[in-house]
Design a protein around this ligand. Structure first.
Ligand SMILES: [Zn+2]
Length: 82
C-alpha cells in the first residue's frame, strides 16, 4: 500500500520521498474542500484524498459503531429473547 500526502503550497510526500511543489494543492475528495493537508485514500496512493477532519470523523464513526454493536450491549442479531 502506497500512502501519499499533499501539503498545500509546499509539495507532496510519497513513501518518504518528498517533492517540493509550491503549486501543490490539498483538495479533499470527501468534503470537497481545499485544505492544508490531505492523504491518499486508495491503495496505490492516487485518485482520492481525504483531509484530517474527514478522516477523524470516520475514525470516530468506527469507535461509535464498535460501541453500538458490542456483544455485551443488547442481543446479537438473530437471537430471540426468552
Ligand atoms: Zn475532507
Amino acid at each position: 500500500m502506497s500512502i501519499e500526502v499533499h501539503i498545500a503550497g509546499r509539495g507532496r510526500v510519497r513513501e518518504g520521498d518528498e517533492t517540493v511543489d509550491t503549486d501543490q494543492g490539498a483538495h479533499c475528495s470527501l468534503c470537497g474542500k481545499d485544505t492544508d493537508v490531505v492523504v491518499s485514500l486508495t491503495p496505490d496512493g492516487t485518485g482520492s484524498f481525504g483531509c484530517r477532519d474527514c478522516l477523524r470523523a470516520r475514525l470516530e464513526a468506527t469507535t461509535v459503531a464498535a460501541y453500538l454493536l458490542q456483544e455485551s450491549k443488547g442481543l446479537p442479531w438473530g437471537k430471540i429473547s426468552g
